[in-house]
Design a protein around this ligand. Structure first.
Ligand SMILES: *Cc1c(COP(=O)(O)O)cnc(C)c1O
Length: 446
């Protein structure tokens, strides 16, 4: 037996392998060298034969130069925060690819002059919500609120206070809170009502000469039931003080542009504007199903003021976001609204087809069965709303190996079983899911 340390091929020898030369062009030399170093290490440890080092290095190359992996979302949660919220539509991905190069994002090709940045994306947003006199797009929902607050409650006209109900002081996630965000850009908050109830008179008696605007925040990630009340936008839009109408800003959160029949209690941009909101803020990557973005819709003059404010430049979106947003709005139905439209019957049929693709001994060993399931909107949207769905029930012990698989599969564990819910999964990925489970089942030792 030769000493594996001496027999290990040299780095330059392995790197000369044609497949690794090609990979270095795609992934860059650094990642390819790392893969080679790992394979050499295994060879020195005696785990890989010297002649297999190049093969092992090739097999361990990453998919792309980014470490982010594609994950199959079988959680039943349509907008999964930890999986990057909304998956983009094919049309949006295509648009991002085009815009990634030199692109006319800020150029009018007809005249050769500078054009308004992202004009067609903004036009598409405006066309989707005709009730909005003006629209603007910033980095995310939090940025939209920050911009509105910074511009309207700066205080140079003596108005630096935002009136908001105590029951709407929302923590968004990861410890970030809307009230603290607003205070961080200089506004003072005037809290009204109690945790569970607020009335119109609470608002009207809080409004005074220092009031910049009234803010209504959709409690998107929790629900208060029982002895609870809030004041609809329609009534808040009518508040006046000293002969001046107090502006109303509505943070709808989820980014539904119009009413959705499956989410009757979810506020939408068109509805909020028709109710009298002067400005509506929302996220682009929740129920709209687009890229991370903050949408601002409302009265034209107000939106123009926001757009021209120096602070707006710090919240500006890049060309990739504008491209994806336009394609989301103008292109075919994106994955999130598509998932919201799926019927439990169709999902059950898909789940049955996945199970039918497995050999009978695999189905028996896994005790696999199709069960009714309840999916969720997720991503801080429509709390408590259950979306009828179907799932494949498997032993819980498969959760970790499926997560570690290629591609990783994420399900949800319920009462000792792992449920692979099909609601949020693209039907085009059903076969990939079936293969992933079959591979893991092959290595499964109960
Ligand atoms: C999600 C959400 C936000 C924050 O939006 P981001 O896009 O995450 O910055 C703000 N308000 C409400 C009501 C939300 O649901």
């Amino acid at each position: 037996m030769p000493d594996p340390r001496r027999a290990t091929p040299r780095t330059d020898q392995v790197l000369a392998d044609e497949r690794l030369v090609v990979a270095a062009g795609r992934l860059g030399p650094g990642l390819v060298k790392q893969a080679v170093a790992r394979a050499q290490e295994q060879c020195r440890a005696g785990d890989v034969a010297p002649e297999d080092v190049a093969d092992v290095a090739v097999a361990s190359l990453p998919e792309s130069a980014s470490s982010l992996r594609r994950v199959l979302n079988a959680t039943g949660v349509v907008v999964h925060t930890n999986l990057g919220r909304a998956p983009l539509s094919e049309a949006a991905v295509e648009a991002v690819r085009t815009a990634a190069g030199a692109t006319d994002v800020e150029l009018d090709l007809a005249t050769g002059r500078r054009g308004r940045r992202g004009r067609r994306a903004l036009d598409a947003l405006g066309a989707a919500v005709p009730d909005a006199g003006g629209v603007h797009v910033v980095n995310n929902g939090a940025a939209a609120l920050a911009l509105v607050t910074r511009v309207l409650a700066r205080g140079d006209d003596g108005r630096d206070t935002v009136v908001i109900a105590r029951g709407e002081l929302v923590e968004i996630g990861d410890g970030f809170r809307i009230p603290e965000l607003m205070e961080s850009v200089g506004a003072r908050l005037r809290e009204v009502g109690t945790t569970n109830r607020v009335h119109l008179r609470d608002y009207t008696s809080a409004v005074d000469d220092t009031t910049a605007f009234v803010l209504k925040v959709h409690p998107s990630n929790f629900a208060v039931t029982g002895f609870a009340s809030s004041v609809p936008a329609r009534e808040l839009a009518g508040i006046t003080h000293a002969g001046r109408r107090v502006p109303l800003v509505v943070d709808i959160g989820s980014g539904l542009l119009a009413h959705h029949p499956r989410l009757p209690d979810e506020p939408d941009a068109a509805g909020a504007l028709r109710a009298g909101a002067d400005l509506v803020t929302a996220s682009g990557d929740k129920l709209l199903g687009g890229p991370q973005a903050g949408l601002l819709l409302g009265e034209a003059g107000l939106v123009e003021r926001l757009r021209r404010d120096p602070f707006a430049r710090a919240l500006r979106v890049d060309k990739l976001t504008l491209a994806a947003l336009e394609a989301t709005l103008a292109g075919p139905l994106p994955p999130v609204p598509a998932a919201l439209g799926r019927s439990a019957g169709d999902l059950r049929a898909r789940a049955q087809a996945v199970v039918a693709a497995w050999p009978a001994d695999v189905v028996a060993a896994l005790d696999a069965e199709v069960v009714d399931s309840a999916g969720a909107v997720g991503g801080g949207g429509a709390p408590g709303v259950e979306l009828p769905s179907a799932a494949i029930s498997l032993p819980e012990r498969l959760a970790a190996p499926l997560r570690a698989g290629d591609p990783p599969v994420l399900g949800r564990t319920v009462r000792g079983r792992l449920l692979l819910d099909l609601l949020a999964l693209d039907p085009a990925d059903d076969a990939t899911l079936a293969d992933a489970v079959r591979r893991v089942a092959g290595a499964d030792r109960p």
